[in-house]
Design a binder for this molecule. Structure first.
Ligand SMILES: [Ca+2]
Ligand SMILES: [Ca+2]
Length: 332
């Protein structure tokens, strides 16, 4: 059977040949322009398996190519012409076909999630591989969460990032996780190639998730004096946490409150005003109060006019336990 593949121009010849050819052999691949009919003593180097040959100045293959076994061949064509030894190189690049199913690094995977973890914060990551060409969609993987057992207290406690494979809690999961009700979940996960399209190959795996209690020891409430003069932000509290990665990625401040957090590298000199409630130890991050948040500004304005509702609002916020504002994700 005869096929013509486009050669790349240049001093040598470069051709792309698809893998897994299942037609008739010998399989004619490309004319070799450097060869004329009067060449002799042709020798091919770089073909240890004896796949390639030349017939009437055409390069042919005697068996199919496997990109996952060998993605390219550099064939040195040595021959004699007009009494002179000559040579040129043919680069054969094997073009990928999607002939491998993506698989998880382990059929059974394990992880643990701590009570108090916020939604969307990954607590583990599933990994998978695909032997096809990673520069093509043939190895472009997507992850899906297929099932959760048991489905208590909510049917969808967990979520998986389709591209990164990171597993986290859903909003339902973060709000209802209870190790006393259910201390272990089994998740059925799937990985698909072709970016998850309908024609993708896929395989499945299971993830066992252990639920552990919250080891965060709640410190004392932060006490704030109302109508504190500026300038803001004013440090109000500090705490110590152990981080296994960048602190700012693992320190979460709940939304819609008049506080912000800064890590130790952003701290000013250690003199802190009297309004700060210290938890002791060397500070690794601080909670700050800022009037820049619209909500905080509104609360201050209302306080000055004597709004009891605003007083209650700020009062409750200023004595809210620090642990309910901050969650330290410990991935040890
Ligand atoms: Ca594949
Ligand atoms: Ca392949």
């Amino acid at each position: 059977m005869f096929h013509v593949f486009m050669p790349c121009l240049g001093a040598n010849l470069k051709i792309g040949i698809p893998e897994n050819y299942d037609g008739i052999f010998p399989w004619y691949l490309s004319k070799l322009p450097s060869l004329t009919t009067n060449y002799s003593e042709l020798l091919i180097r770089g073909d240890d398996e004896g796949i390639f040959g030349v017939d009437a100045a055409f390069l042919y293959a005697l068996k199919p190519l496997d990109r996952e076994k060998q993605p390219s061949y550099s064939l040195q064509m040595m021959y004699r012409m007009a009494g002179q030894r000559q040579s040129f190189t043919v680069e054969v690049c094997v073009i990928d076909k999607n002939d491998n199913v993506p698989t998880f690094s382990a059929v059974s995977m394990r992880g643990s999630v701590q009570l108090g973890l916020l939604k969307g914060i990954p607590f583990m990551r599933v990994e998978a591989s695909d032997r096809d060409d990673r520069n093509t969609a043939h190895a472009e993987l997507r992850f899906l969460l297929m099932d959760q057992t048991p489905r208590i207290p909510a049917a969808h406690m967990f979520a998986i990032d389709s591209i990164q494979g990171e597993v986290s809690l859903t909003e339902d999961g973060a709000s209802t996780l209870d190790p006393e009700m259910c201390g272990r979940y089994k998740l059925l996960v799937m990985v698909k190639d072709m970016a998850g399209k309908a024609n993708a190959f896929f395989s499945t795996g299971t993830v066992t998730v252990e639920v552990t209690g919250n080891t965060w020891a709640s410190p004392d409430p932060v006490r704030l004096q109302e109508n504190l003069p500026g300038p803001y932000p004013i440090p109000i509290s500090q705490s110590v946490a152990k981080f296994c990665g960048p602190a700012d990625e693992q320190l979460q401040l709940r939304e819609n409150n008049p506080f912000l957090c800064r890590t130790a590298t952003e701290l000013p000199p250690p003199e802190l005003p009297d309004c700060r409630g210290s938890f002791g130890g060397s500070p690794e991050e601080e909670a700050w109060r800022t009037p820049n948040a619209a909500e905080a500004s509104a609360a201050f304005r209302q306080l000055r006019t004597g709004s009891s509702a605003a007083v209650r609002q700020l009062s409750s916020r200023s004595t809210i336990p620090f642990s309910s504002m901050l969650r330290f994700m410990d991935f040890r």
